[in-house]
Design a protein around this ligand. Structure first.
Ligand code: CUA
Length: 324
């Protein structure tokens, strides 16, 4: 079986759970299909034309048997759903201490950005032994971020954020595929995930930071938050979102993750999706006490820009983060 593996190598903490579900469903299907085929064959032979089998005592219906069949199907259906839902939730909601990575799919490449600064195309470097959370979106059509060895696959959908996470268990280089047909070069929208020991990963981060500064000192250097801060000032956000009497928009300090009360009295949690919507469609959710004077930044910022702005706003929430 070594030369002909049925499933890819298991290289993440979740892989065993996914495989158990897969093999469980295969076993269930084989047992159910064998039983149906077996009974059909048995009855077809027993009651074949001209056989001497007893054909008297015709059954017109059996309420108890129908009830038993429905109950069995319901229980089995709910059991399969529960097992699948558990794996789904386990793969979507990352532990709180996860490293954060931002992913933008576009025709036809994966653009990946680390909060510490490094940007990659069709490559993702991660440390083993630490959960890594992905926030994924698309700049054009639907793509799907698929790493078979990690057993994770999550669609990249234009206009919204999706989440996935994994924890690599062993250093190595793994396939990254686009698993959603997205145009002419869909089959070439491939890359690799490089899982490294924590020490190698730290060294890689440092080398990337140094390289970025050399490559383009003006814009490429610094963290995502510092690039976001440059955008925040450059786009004029800073002239309204200030603290004090001259403010024309709510302060963003400490905003991330808090509950915001809107003009209509409802509340919303200030998460990544909320920040994105407020940049592209500010009138959608007006914060209580403010007038809708902010213009839309649709077309002025890319998905990557928005990720950087989110990181900047998040940095305003942390002690020692950039001041406003
Ligand atoms: Cu992107 Cu297929």
């Amino acid at each position: 079986m070594q030369e002909f593996p049925i499933l890819p190598e298991r290289a993440s903490t979740i892989a065993g759970e996914v495989d158990a579900l897969f093999w469980g469903l295969v076993a269930f299907s084989v047992i159910a299909a064998s039983a149906v085929i077996g009974i059909v064959l048995y009855l077809a032979i027993k009651y074949r034309a001209g056989s001497a089998a007893d054909r008297s005592g015709r059954v017109e219906g059996n309420f108890k048997m129908e009830l038993a069949w429905i109950a069995t199907a319901v229980v089995l259906g709910i059991a399969v759903f529960t097992a699948g839902a558990k794996v789904y939730f386990d793969t979507v909601y990352a532990p709180a201490d996860a490293l954060h990575v931002y992913v933008v799919g576009k025709q036809w490449m994966w653009k990946i950005e680390h909060p510490e600064g490094p940007r990659e195309i069709n490559e993702l470097h991660v440390p083993v032994g630490r959960p890594v959370r992905l926030t994924i979106t698309s700049q054009d059509v639907i793509h799907s971020f698929y790493v078979p060895e990690f057993r994770i696959k999550m669609d990249a959908v234009p206009g919204r954020y999706t989440q996935a996470w994994f924890q690599a268990t062993q250093p190595g280089v793994y396939h990254l595929f686009c698993a959603e047909y997205c145009g002419t070069e869909h089959s070439r929208m491939i890359g690799r995930v490089v899982a490294m020991t924590p020490a190698d990963y730290e060294a890689w981060l440092e080398s990337q930071k140094a390289g970025a500064v050399v490559a383009s000192a003006a814009t490429a250097g610094g963290t995502m938050a510092s690039r976001g801060e440059q955008l925040f000032v450059g786009l004029g956000c800073a002239s309204c979102h200030v603290q004090g009497p001259q403010a024309r928009g709510p302060s963003l300090v400490g905003l991330m993750g808090t509950e915001v009360t809107l003009a209509d009295g409802s509340t919303v949690v200030a998460d990544e999706a909320y920040i994105r919507e407020s940049i592209l469609n500010p009138a959608a959710k007006i914060v209580a006490g403010w007038t809708p004077v902010m213009p839309s930044f649709q077309g002025l910022v890319s998905e990557e820009d928005i990720f950087q702005l989110i990181q900047y706003i998040q940095s305003l929430s942390r002690p020692g983060g950039a001041s406003q």
